[in-house]
Each structure stands twice: as structure tokens, then as C-alpha cells.
Design a protein around this ligand. Structure first.
Ligand code: FAD
Length: 238
């Protein structure tokens, strides 16, 4: 891990209340899809209010680094929201072990709750770029389509990559202004069973708020999945 000073290049809304931040990529900054870095605000000291960990959304072949987050009313997020393109900030990284297994003959089932999608964006973009033949199934749960970050890109990636399947589900369509003809309801063991039918010896990756990750581990074990085949990233703070 090293500390780099980088420029903020752009801010882009990717869903209601969620923003992607595009950063310069320092020379020699190498990472594996799924890894994270610490983002230290200008003048921000180490510690909760001055720095936060974020999974890298961009894939290694991309020219920029990107992270995305829910713009909540916290001291850190207020300061982040006030940053304008051109400002310099520091990143510390990369770190993290939520990276895809090497045996591509074993399928990967990616389970994301809301903002937990971020590490999987890097994996799925990378798989499409590398033309990987690994079976990748993404189970993606959000309340409404308007809250679902990167939905259109994921639908396009699933069209482009014959080895990728997207199973997106909405849990609160009653409060949505949009139409949705996909799945609705929570990801339960029946949903998981349907999703993994026919897959070869899958390994599971779960990412999102800690409560969701814990609940999903229980659901997977209840669905007969070996706990050793479940890897996870808890987004503490949510
Ligand atoms: C490896 C990793 C990757 C992450 N990737 C992302 C990402 O891609 N996008 C994203 O939005 N968030 C990500 N997070 C979470 C992120 O670091 C923030 O915690 C989160 O965004 C909430 O920040 P906040 O400013 O809204 O809330 P905060 O005000 O920072 O936190 C809210 C509450 O949570 C508590 N809290 C904060 N951090 C911790 C902690 N580590 N342990 C226990 N309690 C804590 C605080 O005390 C506070 O009460 C990641 C976290 C980790 C560890």
C-alpha cells in the first residue's frame, strides 16, 4: 500500500443519492478487480471523518480510478460533496482480498445489496474486457430502479458477455416512479437456488452493508451452500 496525491476529475450521479467520483490514476498504481483504497479528504486527517475506504469501481485497464458512494448526511460525505473537479486529494492503497478465484471453471455468484455493487463493477468490466469464459452470475438487490447504481451499464455488460447473467430485483416498487418488469422481492434461498441451477461448483461473493452480508451468509447456508465457498466485504458505516 502507498499514498498518492491525485486530482478529482469529475463527479457523476449514477443513481438517486449515489455519486461516482473519477480520479486521476497514478503511474504504477496496480490493483486487482474487487480491491479498495482509502480516500483521504483534502486537509483530512486519518480516521473516520477524514478518510473512508471505498471499493474501486473502475477495472484495471481503465485510464481513471473511480469510486461510488451514497451521499448521506455525514461529516465526511458533506465534505466529499463539496469537492470540485480539479481539487487534489490523497488515496491510500490498494488493499483487500475480495478478488475473484483463479479457477475459471468454477462459476462465480456475485451478490450485491445496493451500494455493495461497487467491487463487482470492476470484476464484470474486467471480465468483459478480458473476454473471460468464467460463468458470472450477479444477483443485485435494490429498493427501486431509481436507486440502482450502474443498472443500464450492467444490462449492457450482460448483453455483451455471453458468460454473464444479471438477476436484478427490486424490493420497494410501491414507492417507485419508474416501471420495472424484472424480479421483485428479497433475495431468499429460493431465489439463490434458481440463480445457481446448472452452475459448476460456484463460489459466492457477497458485498454491502454488514447486516445484509450477515443475513445473506445465513440464506446461502440455508440454501445448502458450504460456508467455505462464501467470501464477503462488509461496508462498515452503513
Ligand atoms: C473494504 C471497504 C470497502 C468499502 N467500499 C465502499 C464503497 O464502494 N462505497 C461506499 O459507499 N462505502 C464503502 N465502504 C463503506 C465506507 O467506508 C463508509 O463507511 C460508508 O460509505 C459510510 O460512510 P458515511 O460517511 O456515510 O458514514 P459515517 O458517518 O462514516 O459512519 C456512519 C456510522 O458508522 C460507524 N462506522 C463507520 N465506519 C465504521 C467501521 N469501520 N466500523 C464500525 N463502525 C463504523 C460510524 O461510527 C457512524 O456511526 C467500504 C468499506 C470498506 C471497509
Amino acid at each position: 500500500m502507498a499514498t498518492y496525491t491525485v486530482k478529482l476529475l469529475a463527479k457523476q450521479p449514477v443513481a438517486q443519492g449515489t455519486t461516482a467520483f473519477h480520479l486521476e490514476k497514478p503511474a504504477g498504481f496496480e490493483f486487482r478487480p474487487g480491491q479498495a483504497f482509502e480516500v483521504i479528504l483534502p486537509g483530512g486527517a486519518e480516521g473516520e471523518d477524514g478518510s473512508h475506504a471505498f471499493s474501486i469501481v473502475a477495472a484495471p485497464h481503465e485510464a481513471e480510478l473511480v469510486f461510488a458512494t451514497r451521499m448521506r448526511d455525514s461529516k465526511y460525505k458533506r465534505a466529499l460533496a463539496a469537492l470540485e473537479p480539479g481539487v487534489s486529494l490523497q488515496i491510500d492503497g490498494p488493499f483487500g482480498s475480495l478478488t475473484l478465484h483463479k479457477k475459471v471453471e468454477r462459476a462465480a455468484v456475485l451478490i450485491a445489496g445496493g451500494i455493495g455493487i461497487t467491487p463487482f463493477m470492476s470484476m464484470l468490466r474486467n471480465a468483459a474486457e478480458q473476454r473471460s469464459e468464467q460463468a458470472l452470475v450477479l444477483l443485485y438487490s435494490n429498493r427501486r430502479p431509481e436507486d440502482t447504481a450502474f443498472l443500464a451499464e450492467l444490462q449492457a455488460l450482460a448483453q455483451r458477455n455471453p458468460h454473464m447473467r444479471l438477476l436484478a430485483t427490486m424490493t420497494d416498487m410501491a414507492h417507485s416512479q419508474q416501471t420495472w418488469d424484472g424480479a421483485t422481492g428479497y433475495i431468499d434461498s429460493a431465489f439463490v437456488q434458481r440463480a445457481i441451477a446448472g452452475l459448476t461448483d460456484p463460489i459466492f461473493y457477497v458485498s454491502g452493508p454488514p447486516a445484509l452480508v450477515e443475513a445473506m451468509r445465513g440464506t446461502l447456508v440455508a440454501a445448502g451452500v458450504d460456508e467455505d465457498d462464501v467470501r464477503s466485504e462488509e461496508f462498515f458505516g452503513y
